[in-house]
Design a protein around this ligand. Structure first.
Ligand SMILES: [Zn+2]
Length: 545
């Protein structure tokens, strides 16, 4: 056992070393490895179900509660890793009523010793009891935790957000994305004048003797850690039933009373979103849990089946158009973008945060598809091309693996433009739509690696796109189509690119029709007299020599 552990640590040190080579100036710690890797204390058990019970006390910004973790033993092992971030503390862990001992490894990882023999194939559970004052969000949702504010009427208005940071910022859990629970109870107790809105459907409200109320929310589908959330406020509610691809879908809206009228108007875009995205991506992935849009004090987040909203009831991104074309002011960025994540983030979820492009590139691209659905193909294209102004090309989109690290923020608009470029290569709009729908069907409710998504796209587009992905996801350069025109001949090749870059691109020669050429990194020639124009839908640049 000890030797195994040493070997394992060595392996990870090596991995970190490699990871450091990829992303300069970043050093990772043992804690990053505990947080971001599938450790021996995680790999042996399969998470099945969580019963999360939390009492939220806004008066002293404290919480207390427990997580009951249900799991199946995949291979015998006697230590289980549960994560919880300080200042919160685990008080007690039990299995079958017997108290267990635990050791902390670093600040967040608790290594719990199990007394009972863990037998392959058996279903077991532990109860982890905890309390304290959770991390206060500094800049939610990017720098998350608990946010404690008051609404205009002086009522407490409380929300959690924890993407990246991890849900162990506010409850004890297996804080790694590769393993999702199959379903979950989120039971939240709040002062009785307030309401909690979490994920899934509200099953039960209990009035307690001590002046509190408990809201039991039940999630019937697999859910990722950061998708789970608590929203406490003096909410009012309205709803509608949407006739969708899979039947009737309940759409519920929770907002502060002073915003009810504005919300009734602005949230009309929620069903418009549903229509557009079911068209492009297939059925909403969580009919059983419904769809909710919940007002929060921060900008917003893709919490599964309870998308949170803080875009101030206006179109654009806090009133701004990220594309600079005007199309981004035709719709509410947070309703469209965060809901787009229901397909790419909540349905198809990355196993490792290094592959976060799977969430953000597709969802950025969904903004373009929403625009196209209501305003036409040219509008959608103009939008995605317009967002190129925000691309930095500073470092690769894919981050370092196994250390909870995400790559460049270019995973948004550059990733969206990569997908728009791959659509051009596909050159068949209906085929492309079926590929997007096929992704959501093939990887339905799954956690995935970038390789699975890349392979699916190559296979279904019908062309090996590995060099395209290597270029746009693993390198920061934008390929240049270099060409020269001499004596009725055009010489052309790819430069400023990875070795072997072989992406086809559409060009118009001498003012003719756009058509494919197949450049490589060596020179090729074609007929042409005076002019070459590259289709601007491809995210490349061109340079004449
Ligand atoms: Zn996003």
């Amino acid at each position: 056992m000890k030797l195994l552990k040493t070997l394992f640590l060595l392996l990870f040190t090596l991995q970190i070393f490699i990871a450091c080579g990829q992303t300069k100036n970043t050093t990772f710690t043992h804690e990053d490895t505990l947080r971001g890797s599938i450790t021996p204390e995680r790999i042996w058990w399969d998470l099945k179900y969580y019963e999360l019970r939390v009492k939220v006390n806004p008066a002293d910004k404290a919480i207390s509660g427990s997580t009951k973790v249900f799991y199946e033993v995949l291979k015998p092992y006697q230590t289980i890793q549960i994560d919880l971030q300080p200042p919160l503390k685990i008080e007690k862990v039990t299995q079958d009523g017997k108290e267990l001992s635990f050791k902390q490894d670093g600040a967040n990882a608790y290594m719990i010793s199990l007394k009972k023999d863990q037998i392959k194939g058996k279903n077991e559970s532990i109860i982890v009891t905890y309390s304290g004052k959770p991390i206060v969000a500094k800049r939610p949702p990017w720098d998350g935790g608990f946010q404690w504010v008051k609404d205009k009427a002086g009522n407490d208005f409380v929300a959690t957000s924890c993407q990246g940071l991890g849900s162990s910022a506010w409850w004890p859990c297996k804080d790694h994305m590769y393993d999702e629970c199959d379903s979950m109870l989120v039971s939240i107790t709040v002062p009785k004048n307030l309401m909690d809105v979490s994920n899934g459907r509200l099953r039960k409200v209990t009035e307690n003797q001590d002046g509190t109320k408990t809201f039991d929310w039940f999630v019937k589908n697999p859910i990722n850690n950061y998708g789970i959330n608590v929203n406490v406020g003096n909410y009012v509610h309205f709803d509608e039933v949407y006739a969708g691809e899979k039947g009737k879908l309940s759409m519920d809206y929770y907002v502060l009373p002073e915003n009810l009228d504005k919300a009734k108007e602005q949230f009309k875009q929620a069903s418009m979103m549903m229509k557009a995205f079911e068209h492009w991506f297939g059925p909403y992935p969580f009919y059983e849990d419904g769809y909710k849009l919940v007002e929060v004090p921060y900008l917003g987040m893709e919490h599964q089946s309870s998308v949170t909203y803080g875009n101030k009831y206006q179109n654009g991104y806090l009133g701004r158009d990220l594309s600079g074309t005007g199309w981004g002011l035709k719709w509410d960025f947070i309703i469209i973008h965060e809901s787009g994540h229901e397909w790419f983030a909540n349905n198809i979820t990355y196993k490792d945060m290094a592959d976060m492009w799977i969430h953000e590139s597709f969802t950025n691209y969904s903004e373009n598809l929403y625009t196209e659905y209501y305003f036409g193909k040219e509008a959608g294209a103009a939008y995605v091309i317009g967002t190129r102004k925000g691309i930095r090309n500073d470092k690769p989109i894919i981050g370092a693996y196994s250390v909870n690290n995400s790559g460049s923020g270019d995973m948004y608009s550059k990733g969206g433009n990569m997908l728009h470029t791959i659509r051009q290569i596909t050159n068949n709009d209906e085929k492309w739509r079926q590929i997007l729908r096929g992704l959501n069907k093939t990887f339905y409710h799954q956690t995935v690696t970038t390789q699975q998504i890349e392979d699916y796209l190559s296979k279904n587009v019908g062309r090996d796109l590995s060099k395209v992905f290597d270029q746009y996801l693993r390198d920061s350069k934008i390929p240049v189509l270099e060409y020269s025109i001499e004596k009725n001949k055009i010489k052309y090749r790819w430069t400023n690119c990875i070795e072997g870059f072989d992406m086809p691109v559409k060009v118009a020669v001498d003012g003719g029709k756009m058509d494919f050429i197949y450049p490589s990194t060596s020179w090729k020639t074609m007929k042409g007299k005076s002019d070459l124009k590259v289709d601007e839908n491809f995210y490349v640049t061109a340079k004449t020599m």
